[in-house]
Design a protein around this ligand. Structure first.
Ligand SMILES: Cc1ncc(COP(=O)(O)O)c(C=O)c1O
Length: 395
């Protein structure tokens, strides 16, 4: 008998973050590693009330099998919110409820990617997208990110040379870099994709967590049906609910629905109703404002601590929202070496390499600022700064 596991299993990168999370289970470790929302803002009481409301009704369908597309009132809510917040006119029929946007990525992989198809991703890219797409054995074409979004000339180059199926972008407050695409960059991106058939996958779990500035337009407003949007309740309500969505034109939806049927028939009906009930009975905008105010403060504290403690040669992004910032060390410093030393001092972060599909990022690191309170952030950054200085001094 040959090997028992499918060959694709050897091409999927193991999530390095999951490995790191084992280290951060030690309560003494200061963790800037995970992408965890701050649990202080989980609306526990309101979710308990919504659950009881859903289950105390006479309608037992919350516990029955349901449609693959998702709970219609929740789909309508999401479509309505796109109109309200982004000026995007989409219909509820274009919304597919998924098990977090992570499942959205998997379904997109299933529908669009065949073995050795080329797909363009950001450099660095969201690790979970690399992992989800890798299952379908594509050839990754990484395109560098600049301060205001992807490098358009490099993107044109890739699209000119190869037949690319899709481009995955985290357009607002990117995971891992914290970078957001400027309005100008989005317009340029739209012009590029008007000339090509590739689908733009706009993965946007952080768009609502904006601390400053005005939200630029979604790619959908230019590319219409060729932009597929992914959204999530993970960062605005709670990730344990595992609820997200894909917004796609009907023809793409038809394919996604078949792919989802094959995966799991439908997302958890009870949970969809609970979230809808929660949204109907509570002021979610106020809730999001509270999260934004706290994360903004945490970002400010981290930025100030970095400015004070990291060596002057270290560069870092100052994100206008989201949960992460990205640190670039001098070339001669290895983030992996720093990681080993930092863990000994009980501080964790994610070194840059797993975010690069082509190697690279060895001198980069991702820091999460949403999950640690302010004094902890100060202490963790102080420790990291001390180790960096010692490494630079040849220690
Ligand atoms: C860019 C991006 N996309 C998708 C996800 C998956 O989120 P979820 O499945 O919780 O919606 C994450 C999670 O951190 C993310 O950062």
């Amino acid at each position: 008998m040959g090997p028992i596991y499918a060959t694709r299993m050897s091409t999927i990168p193991k999530s390095f973050i999951r490995e790191i999370l084992k280290i951060t289970e030690d309560p003494e470790v200061i963790s800037f590693a995970g992408g965890l929302p701050n649990p202080r803002f989980f609306p526990v009481g309101q979710i308990a009330k919504a659950t009881s409301d859903v289950l105390s009704g006479a309608d037992v369908s919350a516990l029955q099998y349901s449609t693959t597309e998702g709970y219609q009132p929740l789909r309508e809510y999401i479509a309505q919110r796109y109109l309200q917040k982004n000026g995007l006119a989409v219909s509820a029929e274009e919304i597919l409820i998924t098990n977090g946007s992570q499942q959205g990525l998997d379904l997109i992989g299933k529908v669009f990617i065949g073995k050795d198809d080329r797909i363009a991703v950001e450099r660095p890219a969201y690790l979970g997208a690399i992992q989800a797409f890798a299952v379908y054995e594509p050839l990754f074409c990484p395109v560098p990110l600049l301060e205001d979004g992807v490098d358009i000339d490099r993107l044109k180059n890739v699209l000119g040379k190869h037949c690319v199926k899709l481009f995955h972008t985290v357009i607002n407050f990117q995971n891992p870099s914290g970078i957001s695409y400027s309005q100008h960059k989005r317009e340029e991106l739209a012009k590029v994709f008007e000339q090509h058939d590739a689908v733009v996958v706009e993965d946007d779990p952080y768009g609502e967590l904006r601390f400053a500035g005005v939200a630029p337009q979604s790619m959908r407003s230019w590319l219409d049906g060729r932009a597929v949007l992914l959204g999530s309740f993970s960062k605005t309500i709670a990730p344990g609910l595992r609820l997200g969505w894909i917004c796609a034109k009907p023809e793409i939806m038809d394919n996604l629905v078949v792919a989802k049927q094959a995966s799991d028939l439908h997302s958890n009906s009870l949970c969809q109703r609970i979230v809808h009930q929660y949204l109907m009975n509570n002021d979610v905008d106020r809730h999001i404002e509270t999260i934004i105010a706290a994360y903004k403060k945490q970002r400010d504290v981290m930025v100030a601590a970095i400015e004070e403690n990291f060596p002057a040669e270290v560069r870092f992004t100052r994100p206008e929202g989201g949960m992460f910032l990205w640190v670039t060390l001098p070339e001669r410093l290895s983030a992996l070496k720093l990681f080993d030393l930092a863990v000994r001092e009980k501080v964790a972060f994610v070194p840059g390499t797993p975010f690069f599909v082509d190697g690279g990022g060895t001198n980069c690191m991702r820091l999460n600022f949403s999950n640690a309170d302010e004094d902890i952030i100060n202490e963790g950054i102080r420790r990291l700064g001390r180790i960096m200085k010692s490494l630079l001094a040849g220690g």
